[in-house]
Design a protein around this ligand. Structure first.
Ligand code: ADP
Ligand code: MG
Length: 409
């Protein structure tokens, strides 16, 4: 599938020598301990290698987690810089900020082919606010802008959108290219039946995407906290389960528009809290007060397994069915992961994404080779396949407007 964005390899290789290239990558790796070799790091390597071997000065920037707009050592990218250096077998410079004097000085000292990783972009409130001053400060660091962070492209942030506007050359990296190539076909016409599985905790993102995606899907199987928000919107009691009040109206909108496509869990694994093993039980229907749902129940898991393993031609999965990091709440997610793998072996095109969902594959003992395409983006892939414009992609140069001087080899 041809995509209409300029890729880093579309411009002459000689153009990069000595240029400072800002690469917005997605190193939002939630847990290096659970997953020491995360695909999000591995898959950034082709772009980094391409640029360093063409003697660019490569400046990498990412967010990690949700720090509260200020520095927090818990969310530092320093361990990732160390991991990246091990993978690249090369030195990776790290500065404890993403703008300011120290960053400017480090960049001045960079040699051609060097790699620098900046500190977490979300330590500054300007990032998520897409603040103009912060965007220009970031833009002042480099000559060329590259987006290789597909998973963040659905957000209009300073590093994904605001700063890109300042560059003449704003290009797609190889990871973004691969994602667009795999997903554009499904966005334009999925083979049917097309099943979508949604779970996890980022309720707002996922419900927002579902509002569009529901029109394309033949059925949507819901788990995780997204399910409790749907159930709450129908007036079903979900006890103390995590529900996002502000997204309830979107859940109702989806149900009133295409409710017949939405499959919700009818039973739940509940507990008073995630650590209280003694109070874990299975409930059918309503969840009593003071109990929280932490996984879909056995009947739901059985039903989802049957829905997924047979008959579909396309499956898109984002978001675990429960708090799978704890063994006692991992069964729904494991069943779904194995069913998606089985569907793949039966010829179904399967796409899955989301940092935590990818980590869940490992827990389920499903290999990455048992999925047609593993997207680095969760909510971004739901939004893209649903037909939405992703700001971080729209802002990149279109091939149709490529400068003739840049196409000459
Ligand atoms: P992804 O990273 O795949 O896009 P999310 O970030 O939205 O998915 O959600 C993943 C997280 O959701 C996991 O850490 C998982 O433990 C959590 N989760 C799923 N279901 C529940 C639940 N019922 N209660 C609490 N946490 C849950
Ligand atoms: Mg996540």
């Amino acid at each position: 599938m041809n995509i209409n964005k300029i890729i880093i390899s579309d411009i002459p290789a000689s153009y990069y020598a000595g240029k400072k290239v800002f690469v917005r990558i997605d190193f939002n790796v939630p847990n290096l301990e659970i997953d020491p070799d995360p695909p999000r790091i591995r898959r950034a390597i082709p772009t980094i290698d391409y640029l360093t071997s063409r003697k660019a000065k490569v400046i990498l920037a990412s967010h990690l987690g949700r720090p509260k707009n200020k520095p927090d050592p818990k969310f530092s990218l320093k361990p990732i810089a160390m991991r990246l250096a091990e993978i690249l077998k090369a030195n990776v410079n790290f500065v404890g900020s993403c703008i300011g004097d120290k960053v400017n000085q480090t960049i001045r000292n960079m040699k051609n082919g060097d790699v620098l990783l900046l500190e977490n972009l979300r330590f500054h409130e300007g990032e998520e606010a897409c603040d103009e001053k912060f965007s220009s400060e970031l833009a002042s660091l480099a000559d060329i802008y590259v987006n290789d962070a597909f998973g963040t492209s659905h957000r209009k942030h300073a590093s994904t959108y605001g700063m890109a506007r300042h560059f003449e050359y704003r290009l797609a990296g190889f990871l973004v290219q691969g994602e667009l190539e795999h997903m554009t076909k499904i966005r334009e016409g999925p083979e049917r039946p097309f099943a979508v599985v949604v779970g996890g905790v980022k309720i707002k993102d996922k419900l927002e995407a579902l509002r569009h995606l529901i029109d394309k899907a033949d059925k949507v199987l819901v788990g995780g906290c997204v399910a409790y928000t749907f159930l709450a919107s129908k007036g079903v009691s979900v006890g103390d389960s995590l529900v996002e009040q502000e997204s309830i109206s979107w859940a109702s909108e989806v149900l009133s528009k295409q409710g017949h496509k939405v499959i919700l869990p009818q039973d739940h694994i509940v507990s008073t809290n995630a650590d209280d093993v003694k109070s874990i039980r299975l409930v059918l229907g309503e969840i009593p007060k003071s109990l929280k749902g932490f996984d879909i129940g056995r009947d739901a898991a059985k039903g989802y397994t049957t829905e997924l393993a047979t008959g579909n031609r396309t499956i898109l999965w984002n978001g675990p069915m429960g708090l799978f990091e704890k063994e006692q709440f991992s069964h729904g997610t494991i069943d779904v992961a194995r069913s998606v793998a089985l569907a793949y072996h039966r010829g179904c095109t399967t796409i899955m994404g989301g940092g935590d969902s990818i980590a869940a594959l490992r827990v389920a003992g499903v290999s990455e080779r048992e999925v047609t395409h593993i997207s680095t983006g969760g909510s971004a892939s739901l939004a893209y396949i649903g037909g939405e414009e992703l700001p971080g992609i729209s802002i990149l140069n279109d091939k149709s407007v490529m400068e003739p001087s840049l196409t000459e080899a």
